[in-house]
Ligand binder design. Structure first.
Ligand code: SAH
Ligand code: SF4
Ligand code: F3S
Length: 468
C-alpha cells in the first residue's frame, strides 16, 4: 500500500530555513541578540511543538527568556481542551497590551490548538489589535515566513486556513530538558470522542515514518538522553495510514532494541485500540517503562457509548487484568470526565466503582467542559454545576485515598529510578512507573539510573534513601 500521509517537501523546508537565516542577519546587522518568550498551555504535544518553535526561533537568531516583559517576541502556544484553559489564554494575551506598550518593538504571536478553532482565531484577530500573528498547529513549520512578514514587512501574519496537516521532518528543536525527550510519532486524531475538540484542531491521524522516528531516537540516546516519551493522541493506531505493516508495538520493539541505557515511555493509549500485543511487547522489553496511561473517561456503558468511545467497561477491565497478569508491577494511570451531559448519579457511581476496582496509581479528573462544535455540546445537560463539583470532589477523595495507600505500599521496597534533578536539599527521581521519589544525594547522580529504598510516602510522592 502507498503511503497516504502528506509530507512537506524538502524544498519548502529549505525555503523556511533561508528565511530564518535572513532574519538572523537582520538582527545581527543591528548588533542585537533578540530574546523570545514562549509560553505553553496544554498537553505534551504542545510542549513538543513549543520545542520546535524554540528551535526555529533559535535558527532566526533568538535567545530565550521566561518573562514576557521586555521580550522582543512573545509566542503563546494555546490549548483548547477545556473552557477554563481558553479563558486563561484570552486573559493573558489581553495583559500583553501593557508589556507591548512598555516595549513597543515587541511582537506577539498566538498559536496552538485554539487557533485551529475558526471562531476563536477570528476573535483573536478582530479584538486583539496588539497581536501581530496567529497560526494553527498545521502552520508551525512556516514560522520563519510569519516572522518575516511581521518583523520585516510590518504586516500581520494570519495562518489558520485549513490544511492537510502535512508532516515537517527535520525541524530544528531546542529541548527544555537534557535527560528526557518527547518524540511525536503521530499527529492528529480520528476518534471524534463526542466531547473532544482535538480532532477538529489537530486534524486527521498522520504517522511519521518508522525510519525517521528511529533516527531521532538514536540521536537522542547518543547525545545522552535517558528517557524518551513517544507522543500521539492515540498511539495505538500508529502506522495505520502508512501501510508498511509496522504497528505501534512493532515500533516500540524497534526503539527498545536500540543500544544504550534509556527508558522508553509512551502516551496516550485509547482502550479501543490497546492490544494484548502491546502488553506482550512491554513485558518482553525491560527498556519499556511499566507504566500505562489508559484513559477510561467513564465507568458506565451508556455514557461510554454517548462519548463515542467504542469500548465498554468489561473490555476496559479485561485490558487492565491482562496487563497486570503479565506484569504484576505495572502502573496504570488514567483520565476521567465527571458530569458528561445527562450523567445520572447512578452512572457516576459506576465511575467510582471502576476506580475502586482498578485502583489506579494516579488519576486525572476533569469536569466536563462543553466545546462548541462537538456533538456533546448539543446534548441536554440538566445536572447543576454544584452537583458536578460534588461528584468531582467525591472522585478526588476516593482516588487520593487509593494513591496514598498505593504509595504507602512502596515503603521498605527498593525501586530503580532515573535521577532527574534537584528540588531544594533533595534529589528528585522517577520510578519506571512514573512515581516521584525524593532523597538526599550528590548532584553527580543526576542523569543516572540508581536503586533507592523507599522510607516514607505521601499522596503525591515517595521519600527514599540511596541503596548502597
Ligand atoms: N487523546 C487522549 C486525551 C487527550 S485530552 C485520549 O484519548 O486519551 C486529555 C484528557 O482531557 C482526556 O482524556 C479527557 O479526559 C479530557 N477532556 C477532553 N475533552 C474534554 C472536555 N470537553 N471536557 C473535560 N475534559 C475533557
Ligand atoms: Fe480526543 Fe478522543 Fe482523540 Fe483523545 S481519542 S484526542 S479524547 S477525540
Ligand atoms: Fe490542548 Fe491541543 Fe493538547 S487542545 S490538550 S494542547 S492537543
Amino acid at each position: 500500500m502507498e503511503r497516504k500521509t502528506p509530507v512537506i517537501s524538502p524544498e519548502d523546508l529549505r525555503r523556511q530555513a533561508e528565511i530564518a537565516q535572513y532574519i538572523r542577519e537582520f538582527w545581527q546587522n543591528q548588533g542585537v541578540t533578540p530574546v523570545a518568550c514562549v509560553e505553553t498551555y496544554g498537553c505534551q504535544q504542545n510542549e513538543a511543538d513549543s520545542e520546535q518553535i524554540r528551535g526555529i526561533l533559535e535558527q532566526c537568531g533568538y535567545g530565550f527568556t521566561d518573562a514576557a516583559e521586555g521580550a522582543d517576541l512573545v509566542v503563546i502556544n494555546t490549548c483548547a481542551i477545556r473552557e477554563h484553559a481558553a479563558q486563561r489564554v484570552f486573559g493573558n494575551v489581553g495583559a500583553l497590551v501593557h508589556t507591548k506598550r512598555r516595549h513597543p518593538g515587541q511582537k506577539i504571536f498566538v498559536c496552538g490548538c485554539m487557533m485551529g478553532q475558526p471562531e476563536i482565531s477570528a476573535r483573536m484577530k478582530n479584538s486583539y489589535a496588539h497581536v501581530d500573528g496567529i497560526f494553527s498547529p498545521h502552520h508551525l513549520w512556516q514560522l520563519p515566513e510569519h516572522l518575516y512578514r511581521v518583523l520585516i514587512r510590518h504586516k500581520k501574519a494570519w495562518a489558520v486556513e485549513d490544511s492537510n496537516g502535512a508532516i515537517a521532518e527535520g525541524l530544528p528543536v531546542v529541548r527544555t530538558n537534557a535527560l528526557k525527550a518527547w518524540v511525536s510519532v503521530m499527529y492528529g486524531c480520528n476518534n471524534f470522542c463526542s466531547y473532544c475538540i482535538v480532532p477538529y484542531v489537530r486534524g486527521r491521524e498522520r504517522s511519521r515514518l518508522p525510519a525517521d522516528i528511529l533516527a531521532e531516537c538514536r540521536d537522542l540516546i547518543a547525545t545522552g538522553y535517558r528517557e524518551i516519551t513517544l507522543l500521539g493522541q492515540n498511539v495505538n493506531s500508529y502506522g495505520k495510514d502508512l501501510g508498511l505493516g509496522v504497528d505501534f508495538a512493532d515500533l516500540l520493539t524497534q526503539i527498545a532494541d536500540l543500544p544504550g541505557d534509556f527508558l522508553l515511555r509512551f502516551m496516550t493509549s485509547h482502550p479501543r485500540d490497546a492490544s494484548h500485543k502491546l502488553f506482550d511487547t512491554m513485558a518482553s522489553r525491560p527498556k519499556i517503562a511499566r507504566q500505562f496511561h489508559l484513559p477510561f473517561q467513564s465507568g458506565n456503558d451508556r455514557i461510554l457509548k454517548e462519548m463515542n468511545r467504542h469500548y465498554d467497561r468489561a473490555q476496559y477491565l479485561e485490558l487492565i487484568d491482562y496487563g497486570r497478569k503479565l506484569m504484576p508491577d505495572i502502573v496504570f494511570t488514567s483520565d476521567v470526565i465527571v458530569g458528561f451531559p445527562g450523567e445520572t448519579e447512578e452512572e457516576f457511581e459506576d465511575t467510582v466503582s471502576l476506580i475502586e476496582r482498578v485502583r489506579f496509581d494516579a488519576l486525572f479528573t476533569f469536569i466536563y467542559s462543553p466545546r462548541p462544535g462537538t456533538p456533546a455540546a448539543k446534548m441536554p445537560d440538566p445536572t447543576p454545576k454544584e452537583e458536578k463539583n460534588r461528584r468531582f470532589d467525591r472522585l478526588l477523595a476516593v482516588q487520593n485515598a487509593i494513591s496514598e495507600e498505593k504509595h504507602r505500599a512502596y515503603v521498605g521496597k527498593t525501586v530503580r529510578v532515573l535521577v532527574d534533578g534537584r528540588d531544594g536539599d533533595r534529589l528528585t527521581a522517577r520510578t519506571g512507573g512514573g512515581r516521584l521519589v525524593r532523597f538526599e544525594g550528590d548532584d553527580g547522580l543526576i542523569g543516572k539510573f540508581i536503586d533507592v529504598t523507599v522510607t516514607d510516602a505521601t499522596t503525591w510522592s515517595l521519600v527514599g534513601a540511596v541503596t548502597m
